[in-house]
Design a protein. Structure first.
Length: 113
């Protein structure tokens, strides 16, 4: 799958549904419901929903948030590097990295299946 077809698929929202499903699956694996209203119309909405959930987890259950990061396979060093490079708040940055990681997982899954 080349970048042009990936870009086209993203614009056609082919990946949006799969990314949402991947997020639901990974959040559920750590015991957090990802009850987003469907259909999800944009990545902006998906990010906003994820941000609110991550913000809540960070305040109420940081241990579960760490389990989520492990489940999603986010490297602690990557999080530290991104934190030093961004002007976003911690939860905004973390939400963005999570959604991007899930998009990447969907792209890889499509490429190799």
């Amino acid at each position: 799958m080349d970048l042009v077809s990936v870009d086209s698929s993203i614009q056609n929202q082919d990946f949006l549904k799969e990314t949402t499903s991947q997020l639901e699956k990974d959040f559920l694996m750590v015991g957090v419901n990802f009850d987003i209203e469907k259909p999800v119309e944009s990545y902006k909405y998906l990010f906003s929903f994820t941000f609110n959930l991550i913000n809540s987890l960070n305040e109420r259950d940081p241990k579960r948030l760490l389990n989520l990061l492990y489940r999603i396979d986010l490297d602690e060093e990557k999080v530290k590097v991104e934190m030093n490079k961004t002007e976003l708040s911690f939860t905004e940055m973390l939400s963005e990295i999570i959604v991007k990681r899930e998009i990447y997982k969907v792209i890889l899954k499509r490429k190799y299946t």
